[in-house]
Write a protein that binds this ligand. Sequence first.
Ligand code: COA
Length: 162
Amino acid sequence: MQKIAIYPGSFDPITNGHLDIIRRSRLLLDKIIIAVNDNPSKTFLFTVKERTEMIKGAIPASPGIEVESFRGLLVRYAEKKGARFIIRGLRALSDFEYEFQMDLMNRKLSPGIETIFLMTSQKYSYLSSSIIKEIVQLKGCSEGLIPEIVREKLLEKFKNNF
Ligand code: COA
């Protein structure tokens, strides 16, 4: 039976920290579906289409990796895709409480789905999408932290602010 996992997130935008989690989880599982959350009640810098396209542009086409967007409950989406696993990255102790809560709730909603947590590689442990947006907007150096396509899209977004 194929081991399919969902890697969900806002990805506003995707960073090299997320890519590291995707690469490592792909070594453990047969298929990773990167699922971009389309939450109309949240404010994002990039539209769901832009976030999805950036991920597709940052990851070389591979038979074991898919990129999609989803709305509604994550576990319902996972069930629909035949995924028994959810992947989440942990960067620091501060991530733990929120992730633990989500894991417990997701398991209550769908007991057959397990969340697998991967510790973020140390070099990305201080990264977040918000910090990246701020750095690029303020013309700081983002080298090695985000894919080139993301850097270009951020510069485009902020061009009127420069
Ligand atoms: N490297 C770099 N940054 C990382 C990271 C990593 N490995 N892991 C997390 N982050 C950062 C993200 O960049 C983001 O930063 P920001 O807050 O500055 O934007 C932050 O951690 C959290 O982002 P993300 O992992 O994308 O989680 P999220 O809270 O935006 O999304 C969902 C969480 C989408 C999985 C969750 O809200 C969900 O499942 N929603 C669907 C509705 C649902 O089912 N709700 C019930 C859940 S119990």
